[in-house]
Design a binder for this molecule. Sequence first.
Ligand SMILES: [Zn+2]
Ligand SMILES: [Zn+2]
Length: 167
Amino acid sequence: MNSLILNVAELLRKPGTERAFQLESTIEALGIIEVRLPPGAVRVNVRLDVLSDGVVVAGTVHAIWKGECRRCLSPVGGPFEVPVQEIYQSKVTNPDAFPLERDQLDLRPMVREALLLDTPVAPICREDCAGFCPVCGADRNLTPCTCVAEVRDERWSALDTLRDESR
Ligand SMILES: [Zn+2]
Ligand SMILES: [Zn+2]
């Protein structure tokens, strides 16, 4: 079953027509294999604008993503939304257009592309995530370590040494 294919034979006879659709599919049905896109629902809200030589599809694609905070590696994720705008043509004259074959508007390639290109990358779990300490490896959100202070102390002592030498 795939609900992202619309028969637009009727609409193609009426250039100038606008029609909105709310469609649903799943990551699995789209054949997407991507760790940041776990199996689950994909919702697609689009408006079709029928032209004399094709159909403009514009709207949004909604799905769930998951990942790891780039600073502390804790799991992050949630719903995300990708805006889409594409043209479909029966006779492809626009190099960016998707083919519209036998009056079947197949939104799957558009949705796949949108999701794969726009999945959030290198997220952080929260603005002030302290992450891991590069010196001792402690998760500084859980265990504040003293490494930063020690580094600063070393710098001060280096400065003191310089001062002593310049006397
Ligand atoms: Zn984090
Ligand atoms: Zn540390």
